[in-house]
Design a binder for this molecule. Sequence first.
Ligand SMILES: *[C@@H]1O[C@H](CO)[C@@H](O)[C@H](O)[C@H]1NC(C)=O
Ligand SMILES: *[C@@H]1O[C@H](CO)[C@@H](O)[C@H](O)[C@H]1NC(C)=O
Ligand SMILES: *[C@@H]1O[C@H](CO)[C@@H](O)[C@H](O)[C@H]1NC(C)=O
Length: 229
Amino acid sequence: MYLMNALRGFVMPYLALINLVSSPTMDQQDGVAYYSPTDRGGSMLINAGDGYGEPMNVIISGLSSPHILTLDGAINFARAIGFSEECFGLHLGGYMPANLGDGNGWVNQTIELRQDYGNAGIGTCLESLVGGNHFRIFVQNGTTADSGALFLAVSREEPLTEDHDVVPDGYNIGRNQLVSAAVGKTWYNEVKYHTVAQNITGLLKAGADGVNHDIAQDGIVTLLTVTIY
Ligand SMILES: *[C@@H]1O[C@H](CO)[C@@H](O)[C@H](O)[C@H]1NC(C)=O
Ligand SMILES: *[C@@H]1O[C@H](CO)[C@@H](O)[C@H](O)[C@H]1NC(C)=O
Ligand SMILES: *[C@@H]1O[C@H](CO)[C@@H](O)[C@H](O)[C@H]1NC(C)=O
């Protein structure tokens, strides 16, 4: 029973990935870094239920190398900076939708990635048990704001025993940890990345208002431009 579930969870994300990669609708993006979701009826908070949200505090720019902005490209980059798919693909954290103001409305995360403490797969299981950094990815690719940018809701969690709560200051800590790991030169699977960070204010409201777990965050969104070289 356990094995069946584990296997099913493991295979599903790859099916989703194949689906995306072979999609004939991979369209031309708009040539901008991102569009502000809040200017277009969306929100910088993803819906965590009960009227609370979690901040999207990192954006991977639409001006990054195109491969980064695909699902398999994003996964490879995530591996380069110490993350991988969830423990056997199991969504221990559940789905949370976001509205990026691109005309797609509220859409569930494309994938959730967790900090990898060792080899891919088993390492992320360890994260689920001991806690650590994780993020959900949302793609701004609707027809009314097609930047192609990836919006990331990053937070640092308590161990599973504590119900996957976010640690105190976990949104800022999670963002800063991910950004530190990403900036400069990284590589995975023979793909080399050069990443530049820039902080954006005024996009996300600072504070704990409407924020899940009542944890305040500083309102900074870090824009990462990732170039494959
Ligand atoms: C997100 O996924 C869950 C589980 O499959 C589903 O019940 C829910 O309707 C989805 N939400 C959106 C906005 O698509
Ligand atoms: C937008 O991205 C999502 C997630 O990768 C994908 O499922 C969807 O097909 C894309 N939509 C368009 C219009 O490309
Ligand atoms: C962005 O802001 C965070 C939090 O204040 C800070 O630690 C980081 O150095 C800043 N990064 C850049 C590129 O300015």
